[in-house]
Design a protein around this ligand. Structure first.
Ligand SMILES: Nc1nc2c(ncn2[C@@H]2O[C@H](COP(=O)(O)OP(=O)(O)OP(=O)(O)O)[C@@H](O)[C@H]2O)c(=O)[nH]1
Ligand SMILES: [Mg+2]
Length: 517
């Protein structure tokens, strides 16, 4: 899919010098609300793991795959420098915070349905500058928001890699108890510089062997080690492992290495051709991002990002329970914004900025029906946190819809330019008419009944006065509307038919006069 020339990496989470993190909501929104992604199911593929282990470098190959038309010859030319997410050699950390590719990529499911794929790079863990909290925050947020997390590790799959995941496993178990679904989707251990190919082959098959060996629960194994293993299997819907060869000494030792394939070992390139297409395999049931068993859209993901960041904002690792509550909150918020979006879209179609004025009764009927459908839509979404939490968000939704409706009403009224002049015209015309009729009645000695017309004159005068007051002061808008309505009735039933009859007879006489001439 065509990317714009300005597409590139965008920092969405940054870490300040005092180890606090800042979520850049504006930039995240620009990415997630990208027009290509709106309304589509999504996938977020991320990479996490220790610092200086070739994570960003690997992501750039993911980018090449996603950018290549039909994914043919995606690996690129032999002499082409590797660009995209920033990577570099050296011993000090490079990527900080979290970085997302600014535009989604569109891929097609086997059914033909298009989905939007986002890519995310993360700060390497365990460098000398980052705190335990920072590491846990980056890892937790990555796991919670991604559908596929590539856990990049060096040389071997070790016990500490598994222990690192135990906190998340605890959260996962809580989520399973509450909602009967695994909270995390796919975790792919990517073992770089695998040295024991003579024993276990590269690729997914070798990885499977290593993984099943490490995850096997042995007799007499310490209780904690056994617990992490069993929980991991429960909490991730899919855990797999890929053994990657060393890329060659030119990659690791040369200062002027710019990522060109020429300098990379053949074995590494061969394994890339297996790994990358498999990670983006559309037949993989875990590729699309789900929360609580429901596929989400990019706008929903925005709510999840915000809620998770709020729970981590205290600077301390939240309890698994707090994380679960944040998920439930985001889940309700996402359902609420989808319903609100639905209401806005439906109303815009009928009374948006470019639509003509519609009668207030018609507008009200439209609002009532759309409001009913929006609330129904909210109620139908499978929600977390129980009925009590959901009712709070439903009430918020209803209040927000009422506010939107009042804006639509005002906007619709403002389109009715004629209505503004119609009320005073009607009353002034009525007053003039009443005054003349009363005067005529007086002259022809029928003054006894002229009080009816003088009474009507003063009623019109009073209504005009009140109407002017409501319009210029902005107070008692309801009364102003009733007066408008009353003026409408007089206009439509008396003045308009009279004017059109006069106009028609005038036309007829002009035409008749023209004929006789
Ligand atoms: N040993 C080894 N080095 C690699 C591999 N792939 C890339 N590199 C090199 O590792 C160095 C760091 O690459 P980056 O992609 O910047 O690493 P990173 O993990 O993103 O580093 P941080 O952003 O600091 O966490 C570069 O010099 C790469 O050429 C690999 O498979 N094995
Ligand atoms: Mg990096």
């Amino acid at each position: 899919m065509e990317q714009s020339p300005s597409a590139g990496p965008v920092q969405i989470v940054s870490i300040t010098e005092d180890h606090k993190f800042v979520l850049d909501e504006k930039k995240l929104k620009q990415i997630l609300f990208h027009k290509r992604a709106l309304g589509k199911k999504i996938s977020l593929v991320s990479i996490a793991g220790d610092f200086r282990k070739g994570k960003s470098f690997m992501l750039d190959f993911f980018l090449r795959y996603l950018r290549a038309k039909d994914h043919k010859d995606w690996i690129g030319r032999e002499d082409e420098p590797l660009k995209g997410f920033d990577w570099r050699g050296g011993a000090t950390r490079h990527t900080t915070g979290m970085i997302m590719w600014s535009e989604p990529f569109l891929l097609s499911l086997p059914t033909g349905e298009e989905i939007a794929v986002f890519l995310m790079d993360t700060q390497g863990t365990f460098d000398s500058n980052s705190t335990v909290f920072e590491n846990a925050f980056i890892f937790a947020l990555t796991l919670l928001v991604s559908s596929v997390t590539v856990y990049n590790i060096m040389h071997n799959l070790q016990e500490d890699n598994l222990q690192h995941l135990s906190f998340f496993a605890e959260y996962g178990v809580l989520a399973i108890d509450a909602y009967n679904t695994s909270p995390f989707q796919q975790l792919t251990f990517l073992v770089r510089d695998w040295q024991f190919e003579y024993e276990t082959p590269y690729g997914f098959d070798g990885g499977e062997e290593v993984l099943s060996d490490r995850l096997r629960i042995r007799e007499n194994q310490h209780h904690d080690l056994a617990l992490v293993r069993s929980r991991l299997k429960q909490c991730f819907r899919k855990v797999n492992c890929f053994l990657m060869p060393h890329p060659g000494l030119k990659v690791t030792n040369r200062r002027d290495f710019d990522g060109r394939l020429l300098d990379i070992e053949q074995d590494f390139k061969k394994q890339l051709l297996t790994l990358v297409p498999e990670l983006f395999n559309m037949e993989n049931g875990n590729f699309l991002k789900e929360i609580n068993g429901e596929m989400i859209t990019s706008t929903d993901l925005f709510e999840y990002f915000k809620s998770y960041c709020t729970v981590f904002a205290s600077g301390e690792l939240p309890t698994p329970k707090a994380m679960l509550e944040a998920t439930a909150e985001a889940n309700n918020l996402a359902a609420k914004s989808a319903s609100k979006e639905f209401y806005i879209r439906a109303m815009e179609q009928h009374c948006g900025g470019d639509r003509p004025y519609i009668h207030p009764n018609q507008l009200e009927a439209l609002h009532k029906e759309t409001d009913r459908q929006a609330v129904e839509k909210f109620r139908c979404v499978r929600k977390m946190g129980g009925e009590e939490v959901s009712m709070v968000y439903q009430k918020n939704l209803e209040d927000e819809i009422i506010e939107l409706y009042s804006n639509y009403k005002k906007h619709n009224d403002s389109k009715n330019v004629f209505a503004f002049s119609r009320t005073p015209t009607t009353f002034i015309s009525s007053m003039i008419l009443c005054y003349f009729v009363a005067g005529i009645l007086d002259t022809i000695w029928l003054g006894g009944i002229n009080f009816i017309f003088m009474f009507a004159f003063w009623v019109c005068f009073f209504l005009l006065f009140v109407w002017l007051y409501t319009k210029y002061s902005g107070e008692y808008a309801d009364i102003g509307q009733y007066i408008d309505y009353f003026a409408d009735v007089i206009w439509n039933n008396a003045f308009q038919p009279a004017y059109s009859t006069c106009l028609q007879s005038a036309m007829r006489s002009v035409l008749g006069h023209a004929k006789t001439n």
